[in-house]
Design a protein around this ligand. Structure first.
Ligand SMILES: CC(=O)N[C@H]1[C@@H](OP(=O)(O)O)O[C@H](CO)[C@@H](O)[C@@H]1O
Ligand SMILES: [Mg+2]
Length: 550
């Protein structure tokens, strides 16, 4: 077929480095930008086939999110604005790893397996990119892939990841979700925010101002564009806005979460990540102590707010919070015991949380690192709308607040801009300071470390990654260590985005010991947890033993 000829010819312009193997991981492909040209071209091909297969528009976002400027990556977006379905992640990996002379065979296989009819089929792909210097040429490679299969494409250029998810959803619902343009996105969110904050007439000037760390990335650019639409309802002071510093370098949501530090003298501040789909809040107290309000605190604030509104509105809707194993134990306990909210644990990666959240009328999902959103079922949205129309007084007031919240939330994916506006609105409506929000519960001390190993795939997990199944004996070793510590909890899992194993531990208290200093090379006063270190040492010993057997 002439089409395969064309694909084959064009693919030669995007050659695959021989032997390079990549995996469609937790959030798509991600590696050094110099190795990604062929992957981009092939993801253009895949998105076109997926578009024919679903008879809908598919999105392709070129970004490496919170990773360094030198990296890049690509994520695919399915018709309703959700992440690519897992079955197609397998195709994505096969396609990315096919050696040059095998590419057409792999494509034909896919076409046959999915019964894709290539004759007279329409395909359309939306493409967006972040501000990395490599992103423009890489998104050209995606467009090349789409053209090679005669697909149509629309290049949205510089957009945040959540904005592209929003565009895909808007177009595939024929405008039902909103207008498919950045202006449409800004208007929808701003109007909802303005309406919501009208319910907080006593908002102080302090509550109207927020410091935002834009990670020197796309979020800064887009937030600046959005400001006029907010009509003064929120005054944003942007720093790390991309005019000077380097992307994600000593700034951004990931830096703040991992380093647990903020610039001095910051009152209430938030950080985005490099593609603006994550957010964390923080402040320094009078003693200069840093306080982080992460995804767990955000989920708590939002779910509490929504639950109170449901009670006021007299609406019987099932609300749940979806977390991962990285959620702080205090947050889970507070939500379950005090708030009486259903809590579920999903595997790491927003795509997993998203699907669990869909099981409820209202599913609030957040990863501890600040990636998350809220999903409302169709039935829930209809009930809220009906109550706005049919009720009066306090019930109607609560229903209207719920309706405006639905409009403010980007339900397609976690969105730093949308989440920020929702949090600001809730704080204003509740008349709450960031310190009061922080005091809802106290985080258990915790640490997350990376361990570099020769092959992370020997670790297999179960129970939403909270337990290891292999290597044999590792889980028992962790259990023995954890048992000795009040509220102790620890787990290890292979990362889906980096070639490392992640180790997480938390407990009621933190202890400083010489071992910490020796093993982790940390200054003694930083107080790392003894049992984390033991865990890591033990883990490595097990691992090394195991590797030798392989
Ligand atoms: C502990 C942690 O923060 N893991 C992150 C990280 O995944 P890993 O599979 O742990 O590498 O990157 C993902 C994509 O951005 C994000 O969804 C996830 O939360
Ligand atoms: Mg991101």
């Amino acid at each position: 077929m002439a089409q395969w000829q064309e694909v084959s010819e064009k693919s030669k312009l995007h050659p695959k480095p021989v032997g390079l193997v990549l995996q469609y991981g937790t959030a798509g492909f991600r590696t050094n930008a110099d190795h990604l040209d062929h992957v981009m071209f092939r993801m253009g091909l895949l998105a076109t086939l997926r578009s024919i297969n679903t008879k809908a528009i598919i999105g392709v976002m070129v970004t490496a999110s919170h990773n360094p400027e030198e990296d890049n990556g690509v994520k695919l977006i399915d018709p309703m604005g959700e992440m690519l379905t897992p079955a197609w992640e397998v195709y994505a990996t096969q396609l990315a790893n096919a050696e040059q002379d095998h590419l057409i065979t792999v494509l034909k296989d896919l076409v046959q397996k999915e019964s894709i009819d290539l004759t007279n089929q329409e395909a359309e792909v939306f493409v967006g990119r972040d501000t990395r210097s490599s992103s423009a040429r890489l998104s050209d490679a995606v467009l090349d892939g789409v053209t090679a299969l005669d697909g149509r494409s629309k290049d949205y250029g510089l957009v945040t990841t959540p904005q592209l998810h929003y565009m895909v959803c808007c177009c595939n619902t024929r405008g039902g979700y909103g207008k498919a343009s950045v202006e449409g996105y800004y208007s929808k969110l701003s109007q909802a925010f303005i309406q919501l904050t009208k319910s907080a007439p006593n908002r102080t000037d302090d509550q109207k101002c927020l410091l935002v760390d834009g990670a020197n990335g796309i979020g800064a650019l887009k937030l600046r564009e959005m400001e006029p639409y907010l009509q003064g309802a929120l005054k944003v002071s942007l720093f790390c806005d991309g005019t000077g510093g380097k992307l994600n370098h000593q700034c951004g949501a990931d830096f703040v979460k991992v380093q647990q530090n903020s610039p001095k003298g910051i009152n209430r501040c938030c950080s985005f990540d490099g593609d603006a789909d994550r957010i964390v809040y923080y402040y320094s107290d009078d003693h200069g102590r840093f306080h982080l309000l992460d995804g767990d605190k955000i989920a708590t604030l939002i779910s509490t707010f929504l639950k109170e509104l449901l009670t006021k509105a007299g609406l019987d809707l099932k609300i749940a919070v979806v977390q991962t194993a990285y959620a702080n134990g205090s947050s889970t306990r507070y939500l379950e015991d005090t708030m009486k909210v259903i809590v579920r644990c999903a595997k790491t990666g927003v795509k997993h949380l998203h699907h669990v959240a869909q099981e409820f009328d209202i599913g609030v999902y957040f990863e501890a690192n600040g990636h998350g959103t809220v999903l409302f079922s169709k039935a829930a949205e209809e009930k809220i709308q009906q109550l706005c129309d049919d009720s009066e007084g306090e019930r109607q007031g609560a229903a209207t607040l719920l309706k405006n919240s639905v409009d403010l939330i980007n339900q397609t994916v976690g969105d730093a801009i949308s989440d920020m506006l929702l949090i600001e609105a809730i704080l204003a409506i509740k008349g709450m300071t960031v310190q009061q929000w922080d005091a809802i519960y106290t985080d258990l001390p915790n640490r997350q470390l990376k361990v570099k190993v020769s092959d992370r795939r020997v670790i297999d997990t179960k129970d939403a990654e909270r337990k290891t199944v292999s290597p044999a004996g590792l889980q028992e070793a962790i259990d023995r260590l954890v048992e000795r510590h009040q509220d102790g909890r620890s787990f290890v899992r292979p990362s889906g985005t980096e070639d490392v194993v992640r180790v997480y531990s938390e407990a009621a208290t933190q202890v400083t010991r010489l071992l910490n200093h020796l093993y982790l090379n940390q200054p003694l006063h930083t107080g790392v947890f003894t049992f984390v270190c033991f865990c890591v040492c033990r883990f490595e010993r097990h691992f090394i033993k195991h590797c030798r057997c392989l």
